[in-house]
Design a protein around this ligand. Structure first.
Ligand code: ZN
Length: 257
């Protein structure tokens, strides 16, 4: 008999009461698979596989904003497929996540996986140079590229991730805005019983947070979360609120532009 503490099977079993016969949850009494739960379980399978998309909505919004702004700057008429290109460009810095996605089938910096993917392509200076050249050669697409990737980096500077190496190549320090060095929201720290154990210096919400490369690894080991999508995006908090709000605003913008 297999046991599980995380993953889809456990999520289904815990949330829906459905479990494949070969899986049993640790610390829970055994229960039987029941066809009674199947329609509800099917809904949660869909929701579980869709939830990764929730973390992408802000980048989709960034792509749409980039198209509208580039069109405004260069007086170019927008057609519908420009938005598809803008959305793809806005996600392109995250191509550095593909090796981890292939290997682990998920994305998370945690004790199970100590490195954060934002060390591959999250170097704003490179994109500034490439974007500057593209603006010179193809103004509309150049501005679209430049704005989309810069908005991506702004999005990575707050919220759920471990910041970006903003000032590379001057330093490989990671920077983040409006966060704690433990990189968790107060509500999550309180919920997990960690808030009371933290010293004041770690509780403090900082305008600018930064980690040296070595200390980033130790913080990820202690405070990284495998289930960050569930904790942040399946709840409404200031991070998911901003990102969902940006996405809804971008959709409205498509229709009125
Ligand atoms: Zn990113």
């Amino acid at each position: 008999m297999e046991t599980c503490q995380s993953g889809l099977s456990c999520f289904l079993a815990k949330e829906v009461g459905f479990t494949p016969p070969e899986v049993r949850i640790l610390s829970s009494p055994p229960f039987r698979a029941s066809t009674r739960h199947l329609p509800r379980a099917g809904f949660f399978v869909t929701m579980t596989s869709m939830k990764e998309i929730l973390a992408l909505l802000a980048d989709w919004a960034n792509g749409i904003f980039a198209v509208v702004l580039a069109s405004f700057i260069t007086s170019t008429e927008v057609v519908w497929w420009h938005f598809l290109i803008g959305i793809l460009i806005a996600m392109c810095p995250d191509l550095d996540a593909i090796p981890e996605l292939i290997k682990r089938k998920r994305l998370a910096a945690s004790a199970e996986h100590l490195s954060d993917h934002r060390e591959g392509l999250h170097y704003p200076v490179i994109f500034l140079v490439v974007g500057g050249i593209l603006v010179y050669l193809y103004p509309f697409y150049g501005w679209m590229f430049l704005i989309a990737v810069m908005l991506h980096f702004i999005n990575d500077l707050y919220g759920t991730g471990w910041g970006i190496p903003l000032l590379w190549p001057l330093t490989d320090r990671r920077y983040k805005l409006l966060g704690r060095r433990v990189n968790r929201m107060k509500s999550i720290l309180v919920e997990d019983g960690d808030w009371e154990k933290l010293p004041d210096s770690e509780r403090r919400l900082r305008l600018i947070v930064s980690w040296e490369k070595k200390e980033l690894t130790s913080y990820i080991q202690k405070w990284g979360m495998e289930n960050w999508i569930n904790r942040y995006y399946l709840n409404i908090n200031w991070i998911s609120g901003i990102e969902y709000g940006l996405f809804m605003f971008a959709i409205v913008l498509i229709f009125i532009y």
